[in-house]
Design a protein around this ligand. Sequence first.
Ligand SMILES: CC(C)(COP(=O)(O)OP(=O)(O)OC[C@H]1O[C@@H](n2cnc3c(N)ncnc32)[C@H](O)[C@@H]1OP(=O)(O)O)[C@@H](O)C(=O)NCCC(=O)NCCS
Length: 141
Amino acid sequence: MRRPIDPSALADLHAQAFDPGWSAAEIAGLLDTPGAFALAEDQGFILARALVGEAEIITLAVVPAARRQGLASRLLEAAIVQSLALGAETLFLEVAEDNAPALALYQKAGFSQVGRRRGYYARTGGAAPVDALVMRLTLNR
Ligand SMILES: CC(C)(COP(=O)(O)OP(=O)(O)OC[C@H]1O[C@@H](n2cnc3c(N)ncnc32)[C@H](O)[C@@H]1OP(=O)(O)O)[C@@H](O)C(=O)NCCC(=O)NCCS
């Protein structure tokens, strides 16, 4: 999982998981922020940040053909290990309320909902914006 991170490769993976995906420049910019790190495999990656005791998942993407094989769970676990190594005690994330696969993944990993951001995610085609659920995991291992 540890290898030199190529923002272009991450952008390719991101575009297969999100519409619109993030550009290589956007990903490089995020990686340049304090505490940011990415962990990648060939078919998915996680981008996170750990700073002054708190960590957050910025994005997590697995290509459609590789889903339901445990890759996101492995990436999440690796990010937890890295966050602990960087001194984090809690891990936060935001997930769209209508993203059932991600919600199931995070609930299985032990996250619980601690907040809600109303209308946080815009939707295309005139659909109503979707709330973000703020989720937290205590890292006390
Ligand atoms: C969400 C996502 C990262 C999951 O990746 P994945 O590699 O398929 O996840 P895993 O195989 O590790 O799944 C772990 C658990 O999550 C849950 N889960 C994952 N996908 C699910 C689905 N489609 N339906 C129901 N539960 C699901 C299950 O509990 C699963 O365990 P199981 O397979 O033993 O039942 C992937 O679907 C994805 O990239 N989606 C688009 C981008 C996205 O939504 N990212 C998260 C944004 S917050």
